[in-house]
Design a protein around this ligand. Structure first.
Ligand code: SAM
Length: 297
């Protein structure tokens, strides 16, 4: 463990010095916006509730700024970075932190379950990241759906995406992402972060959100793929009533009568819209529709 080391990155001067030393040029295609505000970095570490018992997976360490903070707080850190131009920089900035390993990989191709098994004996790991915004949803949904042993994810995302993840029924931000997140986790927005905390400045506002994963989903669902098919269909046609949205969906094979029967059995008014239904209500509807499908002659 790196007891005596202190993070020295995380401010504009040191960041510029490292970038110049290595003649580093930012790659837009990798969503590179590096953190340059120590208060934000400290907030992320606090929000993630990192202790010496934790194994942390960091996605996209950049020049190693947050990695240094994580190394000081956690037991072990594994940082996965796609850009090979950053690897010699990370070897330099992390050389004094002996609890960090760096993998030069695309996170979307890493088997996180296998990584947790090999490096943390299969115990739940914590994910912490200032995410590359171009792949925020695939990374988060991939991790949630993989059922890899992950205790929590504390991630910097676009402000709008954080709002959608934490949205409740009946609000404009509520949608399929809000429901998927609630199925797997409890969301909590820990901070809003303005563009001037990054180099270069992103064109959008950002937020730190913590997703604490449920041990098991909060609702009993007979068929998860049917549940998510229904949710997707309801929000694909947001302006339509739930019954019309479901009937028009190619992937679902229910007749109008079956859908109306299920809506009534759940006690919803015939004109109900998907955007007003909670996860519990979608789960009830999916269980009723699943039963109707099984009982077809
Ligand atoms: N953690 C650093 C910080 O906060 O200063 C950098 C964050 S920057 C927003 C995103 C980082 O993710 C970049 O270093 C980028 O190269 C890396 N990245 C982009 N796509 C990736 C991928 N598919 N797998 C792993 N890393 C990726």
């Amino acid at each position: 463990m790196s007891e005596e080391r202190k993070p020295y990155l995380g401010n504009p001067q040191e960041t510029i010095a490292v970038l110049q030393k290595y003649h580093f040029t930012f790659q837009k295609k990798f969503g590179q916006n590096f953190l340059i505000d120590p208060h934000v970095l400290e907030k992320i570490i606090r929000a993630a509730r990192i202790t010496r018992d934790d194994f942390v997976l960091e996605i996209g360490p950049g020049i190693g700024t947050m990695t240094q903070y994580l190394a000081c707080a956690a037991g072990k850190v594994c940082a996965v970075e796609i850009d090979r131009n950053l690897i010699p920089i990370l070897e330099d900035t992390l050389k004094d932190f002996d609890n960090v390993t760096v993998l030069n990989e695309d996170i979307l191709k890493v088997d996180i379950g296998a990584l947790a098994r090999q490096q943390n004996g299969g115990k739940p790991i914590k994910v912490v990241a200032n995410l590359p915004y171009y792949i925020t949803t695939p990374i988060i949904m991939g991790l949630l759906e993989s059922r890899a042993p992950v205790a929590s994810m504390t991630v910097m995302v676009q402000k709008e995406v954080a709002a959608r993840m934490q949205a409740v029924p009946g609000t404009k931000d509520y949608g399929a992402l809000s429901l998927a997140v609630r199925y797997y986790a409890e969301p909590y927005i820990a901070a809003n972060v303005p563009p001037n905390c990054f180099m270069p400045r992103p064109g959008v506002g950002s937020a730190v959100i913590r997703l604490t994963l449920h041990e098991r989903p909060p609702v009993d669902v007979d068929d998860e793929s049917l549940l998510f098919g229904i949710i997707r269909a309801s929000f694909n046609q947001r302006r339509k009533t739930l019954a019309n949205g479901l009937k028009n969906d190619q992937a679902l094979d229910f007749t109008r009568e079956e859908i109306e029967e299920a809506v009534e059995a759940c006690g919803f008014p015939p004109s109900v819209r998907g955007e007003t239904l909670s996860l519990e209500q979608f789960a009830a509807l999916s269980n009723v529709l699943g039963k109707i499908r099984r009982n077809r002659k």
